[in-house]
Design a protein around this ligand. Structure first.
Ligand code: AOF
Ligand code: ZN
Length: 365
């Protein structure tokens, strides 16, 4: 039984265990791409007897770890999984067979797997084997857990989020708020979640330091530098050589080669036309599920991507930090200064949270 806004929702306790699946799946945030985050809980006589999550692509799936944890107790038990069990031989064997062999009595699935190789075939296989299957418990929560994986599966393109900081009087500012980059801070968590971060060279000055996620054991994203301006690239080369971050530089002209760049394995890609679409196509080819566009510094840095992103429907989500600051800037760093935007987009599923003394707003496009 769950009480939400005074309304009692009774899902026979299934919701509780699917929420637990989501909770344990989240332990692997940033580690599973291109695979989804998946959690599994085995319940017998009202008690959790086994738990597992998918730790990394190539490693066993959540169900395998949970069944191992439960041992013989899995027989006649109920298995809860945040995502439909797979029914194919990929890097690992099918989880449906593991559940059938363990003789579970019932399987509760948070959501159907959008992967076309699976897409309800896992559920069908379990039903054919005589197992009772319930699908769609805490479905919204399960979808949120894997928003980038689902988008990638359905469109073949990475899930793209735009982030920027705003002062309370509406200026784009080159700053993150108190605690944002510390462990548990929203920005540190964002960096852990995304496969790659796109940054315009217009955002980079001599003092720029590539930020890293501070979450324990976090996988760091690949930094993609879009260097449209040839003259600034020397600057970028030296920063690139010094940083410990993984990065790649996209240019629209040949850059002067610094031999140290090649020694450090920093890749450079010259594109005929350096635009967001071309960069995202590269990300798709790399198999990335999620890309963050990071906006720092001058308004030009965000303008080039925002305009194209909106016009070509390349953006899925916006994360805006509203800092407790009032700033006077005379170079027009106002979002309203983004000329040429003809569309008005209504944000969906708008959410706000407090981070330090800032407000973080998240919305879907
Ligand atoms: C599950 N449980 O924990 C995961 C699933 O290459 P493989 O063998 O790892 O297969 C990857 C696909 O399996 C992935 O695209 C998704 O459809 C499913 N992932 N399924 O039942 C899991 N990680
Ligand atoms: Zn599986």
């Amino acid at each position: 039984v769950r009480i939400r806004c005074g309304v009692v929702e009774d899902d026979n306790g299934d919701g509780f265990y699917v929420r637990r699946c989501v909770e344990i799946a989240r332990k692997a945030i940033g580690c599973t791409s291109p695979n989804p985050l998946v959690g599994c809980v085995i319940v017998k006589d009202g008690k959790i007897v086994g738990e597992g999550f998918h730790p990394k692509a190539g490693q066993p799936h959540a169900e395998v770890f949970a069944l191992r944890d439960a041992g013989n107790l899995a027989e006649n038990a109920t298995a809860y999984v945040s995502l439909e069990p797979c029914n194919h031989y990929g890097r690992t064997p099918p989880c449906t067979e593991a559940l059938i062999n363990a003789k579970v009595k019932r399987v509760v699935v948070g959501m159907v797997d959008p992967n076309p190789i699976v897409a309800s075939k896992g559920v069908d296989r379990l039903k054919d084997a005589g197992i009772e299957v319930t699908v769609g418990v805490e479905q919204e929560l399960c979808k949120m857990l894997n928003e980038s994986y689902i988008h990638k599966m359905l469109t073949g393109k990475p899930f793209v989020t735009l982030r920027y900081s705003l002062s309370v009087n509406g200026h784009i500012v080159d700053q993150l708020g108190e605690g944002a980059e510390e462990p548990g801070g929203y920005y540190s968590q964002l960096l852990q979640e995304y496969d790659a971060v796109i940054l315009s060279s217009a955002s980079i000055n001599d003092k720029f330091q590539f930020p890293a996620s501070q979450e324990p054991g976090a996988n760091q994203p690949l930094w993609i530098i879009a260097a449209r301006n040839h003259s600034s690239s020397t600057n970028i080369s030296s920063l690139a050589i010094e940083t410990a971050s993984k990065l790649i530089i996209f240019t629209d002209k040949e850059m002067v080669e610094d031999p140290k760049m090649a020694q450090k394995g920093i890749e450079r890609v010259v594109l005929g036309e350096l635009n967001l679409n071309a960069i995202l196509e590269y990300c798709s080819r790399q198999g990335f599920c999620s890309v963050l566009i990071e906006s720092r510094g001058k308004v030009e840095a965000i303008k080039e991507f925002l305009q194209e992103g909106i016009e070509r429907n390349l953006l899925q989500k916006v994360v805006v930090e509203v800092l407790p600051l009032w700033v006077e800037i005379d170079n027009g760093n106002l979002p309203v200064a983004l000329k040429g935007l003809r569309r008005r987009l209504e944000m969906k599923k708008l959410q706000t949270k407090i981070s330090g003394k800032s407000v973080v707003v998240e919305g879907y496009i």
